[in-house]
Design a protein around this ligand. Structure first.
Ligand code: DQA
Length: 144
């Protein structure tokens, strides 16, 4: 069974209470459950993680690169400024899909820049938690 890491950056543990008008009413546990269930349907083993710590996220990306493990990554605010994350993603050895719950391009100016998009395999944004489902489907349909 193909292993997939679903990695989430800062403040995403706060889903459900955090700006529900932007991110919806579902919690991080709901998101983790949705990803694991989607994985089960697609024949993927999905490991869902969240951290507020940039270093921890970088280390998880190293782990994925060493294991040739595909990644669904919501870098959250790191999207917009973390060159450390970008450099870690650039080392990927399997597909890595950048996802966002909201559509950052339709929001404040500072969210229009992603320093990670250019080194991701692709980006899915603006579909709520379904962004993750679409990314998992893309990974299931992709070799490697
Ligand atoms: C986000 C969008 C980012 O701009 C923001 O900092 C987040 C969440 C999203 O999923 O829509 O924390 O990545």
């Amino acid at each position: 069974m193909k292993n997939v890491l679903v990695l989430n950056g800062p403040n995403l543990s706060r889903l459900g209470t955090r700006e529900p008008d932007v991110y919806g009413a579902q919690t991080f546990d709901d998101l983790a459950h949705l990803c694991r269930e989607t994985g089960r349907e697609l024949g993927l083993h999905v490991d869902v993680r969240q951290t507020d710590d940039e270093a921890e996220l970088v280390h998880w990306l190293h782990e994925a690169a060493d294991g040739r493990t595909p990644v669904v990554l919501n870098p959250a605010a790191f999207t917009h400024y973390s060159y450390a994350l970008r450099d870690a993603i650039a080392q990927k050895t399997a597909p890595l899909i950048e996802v966002h719950i909201s559509n950052p391009s339709a929001r404040e100016e500072f969210r229009h820049t992603s320093v990670v998009s250019a080194v991701a395999t692709g980006t899915i944004a603006g579909f709520g938690l379904q962004s993750y489902v679409l990314a998992l489907r893309a990974i299931a349909d992709t070799d490697g």
